[in-house]
Design a protein around this ligand. Structure first.
Ligand SMILES: Nc1ncnc2c1ncn2[C@@H]1O[C@H](COP(=O)(O)OP(=O)(O)OP(=O)(O)O)[C@@H](O)[C@H]1O
Length: 321
């Protein structure tokens, strides 16, 4: 199952945590041809950053740069920690002659795990990804989705501080997508920073704290804050506090996503309530009936304005439209 929206709203992005990655005015040229221009971004621990954009917009190139596999042509990339542990699952993964477990054991050793630790972690992840029965089969005979699972497993062997995933849901069936979403949510809550390219709005909604929209190598839009990254339109209502029983009754209304105390310039104790738009009238009526005063009502952005950058690749053609 995907996490319910209410499960994630209590884990806000920690805006004060020192950045793991700071990219300043990064640019990349391939044989003189510019493919990334003036890219700036900050990635903090325990956050998830989604890169979206049509085919060829530069997402994979940016992820390779963050992974340290490609050099910037200009600009600056700094890491906030020495010895930062990074996992990286590239977009394409080759079918090798090695068996899945031999490959993954080798990758574990390369990542610095002892033999025993590699064997144990590989077994754990093969079971989670439901690949245990194929562990001793050569990767050359694996399906696209099975190869993607092996690709993801190799990126997770060391529980990295920074996890870079290029279209992680690609090729996965729905149960595997749900499982991966939960796994990534767990890693994020443990402090791993996620940066991933994605074409599925529901993955953005389930995980992301920030979205960068890329078009022809430029960031054309950024959206920060999980509240603004919901597929369902929502409304933020600020009202003067109600007595506890009435306050709880409002919280229990269907469609309520988030309730927090908010400061008010007049000094009154106020509550900020985020609610699905279709339930906002009901909430407003209940607040007024309970004696509260409405201070403000604001529609939150939602993902509707950016889903055009996320539709499945197969339907995008060259993506230059
Ligand atoms: N090795 C390379 N040499 C030359 N050009 C490249 C190379 N890799 C990528 N490019 C070009 O860089 C641009 C960005 O490609 P990139 O793979 O980063 O896009 P993307 O957003 O990840 O696309 P997709 O959604 O199709 O995976 C494209 O125009 C692509 O042709």
């Amino acid at each position: 199952m995907f996490l319910q929206s209410t499960d994630r709203i209590h884990m806000p992005e920690d805006a004060d945590a020192p950045p793991l990655i700071t990219l300043t005015r990064g640019a990349k040229r391939y044989r003189g041809r510019p493919v990334l221009h003036d890219i700036s971004m900050i990635v903090r621990p325990g956050t998830a950053t989604a890169l979206i954009g049509r085919n060829g917009s530069g997402k994979s190139t940016l992820l390779s740069i963050l992974a340290g596999l490609l050099r910037l042509s200009s600009g600056e990339l700094t890491y906030g920690r020495q010895g930062l542990t990074t996992g990286y699952a590239p977009e394409a993964f080759p079918g090798l002659k090695l068996t899945a477990e031999d490959y993954l054991h080798d990758m574990g050793r390369i990542a610095g795990l002892s033999r025993a630790a590699a064997v144990s972690r590989v077994s754990e992840l093969l079971a989670i990804f439901k690949l245990g029965a194929s562990r001793s089969h050569p990767l050359a005979g694996f399906s696209k989705g099975m190869l993607q699972k092996v690709n993801l497993i190799q990126s997770l062997l060391i529980r990295p501080q920074l996890l870079l995933l290029d279209e992680p849901m690609s090729g996965l069936d729905l149960p595997a997508q749900h499982m991966l979403t939960e796994l990534l949510q767990e890693l994020k809550s443990e402090g791993t920073a996620l940066v991933f390219s994605v074409h599925e709005p529901q993955t953005v909604e389930a995980l992301a704290d920030a979205v960068y929209v890329l078009q022809e190598g430029r960031i054309i839009r950024t959206i920060h804050g999980a509240e603004n990254l919901r597929t369902v339109p929502s409304v933020h209502i600020v009202y003067t506090d109600l007595p506890p029983v009435e306050q709880q009754a409002v919280m229990a209304l269907p469609g309520v996503l988030h309730m927090l105390p908010v400061p008010d310039s007049a000094g009154a104790a106020c509550t900020g309530l985020t609610v699905e738009q279709k339930m906002s009238d009901t909430c407003l009526q209940q607040i007024l009936a309970a004696g509260g005063s409405i201070i403000s009502v604001e529609r939150l952005g939602g993902l509707s304005g950016i889903t055009e950058w996320m539709d499945p690749k197969e339907e995008n053609g060259s993506g230059r439209g």
